[in-house]
Design a protein around this ligand. Structure first.
Ligand code: B12
Ligand code: SF4
Length: 483
């Protein structure tokens, strides 16, 4: 059995840096569900160029943005008479389309479909469509990690699935269901004991969810990590309530939390209303500052997901959002363009209004990586939106701006590790959004450019030192352990 994680090399995005090439966790679950008489191999295009490898069955996962690449790979195997299967988020949201390119399509979670599919394959009776639905969380197996033969820096672990929030632009509620399904903490700790990489990414959509008792569950997890000596640098995703419990924040940091990614999305109520981000509206944009301060107090950095190109956004609103990010105490920032993902309320509404410009599917899916415009908004054409974004990205991801942020993070968190990680995160995003222009300095008067150059020269040494102390040392320890 060959498992393939397709990658679009035309716009490398997260592939730009080895530390942001992540293991495809869904395929590790598929491998875990496969009977032991099968020999299973993974081909991850994020690390390895595609070469044809013979197999009895080939199974792929994909994002919407990598669906065209998945379809190309499927064609190669179908021509060779090898059975192809597609599962994952895009297959679940667009099964009819996927069925045109694959022999079999699996929607929903693999746990509810894969064992039946393999049994049918063994008897030569494989069906066109399997529906995995939403799995009983106790039936989620440990990920089979021996298939990950590539040098991923992070181990990915999932402690819960589902989100009731149903934000307009997000497919998680549709894909993973409306209730938080939480894994047993002891089981998660056992799985953490099987991880081998230097860093950890809890891929939950909300590690400390909004259910009663979620913070106590999190404390049990973090204390358990400390007790079992699973002390790795980790990051995860959460909503604004992450700041609410001081004791939880203490144990998060003690167990290795460096960075928490938050859907801040925007700094005005109108923009939040546009994307139905009720969780943030309930708190109010005025609450952000205090929330960030509480998290910083524990040495944890904030990486904000920010969205540009909302319905009500005018040019001045985009620039104001950029300025908010620059001046705020947010440490790292992912600044993406609002993109209608299939299966979301946003997609359905814009489709009905005939407003999606890049709609030549499946080929246009390759542009759904959040770095280009796909829709004309009431106030901005795609060209205007993209041209503003180039300027905003340049303002936020030039070396000077990123370094100033880094020193501010150091000041606010008192942690060299957090400061360096947030700097590296911004650096990676800068490369992603700007590719060839990344890291370039800002313009301005001759004096301004001269002072900028002096600042960069001085801070380059500091960055080098922090890299050696924080990142290189961690990787060296890991590779020494691996030998
Ligand atoms: C971690 C994560 C990332 C990570 C790592 C990605 C990776 N390599 O896995 C990073 C940060 C890189 C990332 C990036 C992006 N992400 Co992301 N990410 C996630 C997140 C939070 C968790 C994914 C995960 O590991 N889940 C756990 C595993 C076990 O679940 P799973 O992969 O879905 O697999 C299950 C089923 O889908 C199914 N399955 C999956 N594959 C297969 C294959 C077969 C054969 C079968 C039978 C079944 C099957 O069975 C599995 C077990 O039940 C999801 C949200 C979510 N809750 O899923 C968003 C999500 C996948 N991301 C999303 C998006 C949009 C992006 C970006 C485009 C946006 C961005 N922020 O820049 C980029 C795209 C990167 C790219 N390569 O193009 C969307 C995808 C929507 C879509 N239609 O494509 C999601 C759903 C979030 C959302 N807002 O809606 N992401
Ligand atoms: S954006 Fe976050 S809070 Fe909103 S539905 Fe998606 S996962 Fe839930």
């Amino acid at each position: 059995m060959l498992l393939i994680n397709p990658a679009d090399k035309a716009r490398p995005g997260f592939l730009n840096d080895a530390s942001t090439r992540f293991m495809p966790l869904g395929l590790g679950i598929v491998a875990a569900l496969t009977p032991s008489n099968w020999e299973v191999e993974l081909l991850d295009e994020s690390f390895e160029d595609f070469t044809f490898k013979p197999a009895d069955i080939v199974a792929l996962t994909c994002f919407t943005s990598t669906a065209p690449r998945a379809y190309d790979i499927a064609a190669i195997y179908r021509n060779a008479g090898i059975h192809t299967v597609l599962g994952g988020i895009h297959a679940s949201m667009c099964p009819d389309e996927a069925a045109l390119y694959f022999d079999t399509v699996v929607t929903g979670e693999a746990e509810g479909a894969w064992p039946a599919l393999i049994a049918d394959f063994d008897t030569g009776m494989t069906k066109k469509l399997y529906s995995g639905g939403i799995t009983d969380i106790e039936k989620v197996p440990h990920v089979r990690r021996d298939i990950y033969k590539y040098p991923y820096v992070y181990d990915l672990v999932q402690t819960s699935r589902g989100c009731p929030a149903g934000c307009d632009f997000c497919s998680v509620t549709q894909m993973c269901g409306k209730t938080y399904r939480e894994r047993d903490i002891e089981d998660v700790l056992d799985e953490l004991g099987e991880t081998t990489r230097p860093a950890l990414f809890f891929v939950d959509d909300n590690l400390v969810n909004n259910k009663k008792g979620a913070d106590e569950r999190a404390i049990r997890l973090f204390k358990g990590m400390v007790k079992r000596g699973i002390k790795k640098h980790w990051l995860s995703q959460a909503t604004l309530n992450f700041a609410d419990n001081d004791e939880m924040l203490y144990w998060a940091r003690k167990s290795g939390c460096i960075l928490i990614m938050m859907g801040v999305e925007a700094e005005t109520s109108q923009a939040l209303k546009d994307v139905r981000k009720h969780l943030n509206l309930k708190r109010g944009v005025g609450a952000y500052k205090d929330i960030f301060r509480k998290i910083h107090k524990h040495g944890i950095g904030i990486m904000a997901f920010m969205i540009f190109g909302m319905e009500s956004d005018r040019k001045e609103d985009l620039y104001a959002r950029g300025e908010f990010i620059r001046k705020s105490t947010i440490d790292a920032y992912q600044c993406t363009i609002l993109t209608p993902l299939p299966g979301t309320a946003l997609f359905d509404r814009l489709r009905k209004q005939d407003r999606i410009v890049l709609n030549n599917y499946p080929s246009d899916w390759q542009h759904y990586h959040f770095m280009v415009g796909t829709v004309n908004t009431p106030n901005l054409t795609i060209a205007e939106l993209e041209s503003c974004m180039q300027e905003i990205w340049q303002n936020l991801y030039n070396k000077e701006a990123m370094r100033r942020k880094m020193f501010r993070t150091l000041w606010n968190t008192g942690s060299f590790t957090t400061a360096y990680w947030t700097y590296a995160t911004n650096h990676n995003y800068g490369r992603m959004f700007q590719e060839e222009k990344a890291g370039a300095s800002v313009g301005g008067s001759a004096w301004r450019r001269f002072m900028g150059a002096v600042y960069l020269q001085f801070t380059s040494k500091v960055i080098w030192l922090m890299y050696q102390l924080v990142w290189a040392r961690m990787i060296r320890r890991f590779t020494a352990g691996a030998r």
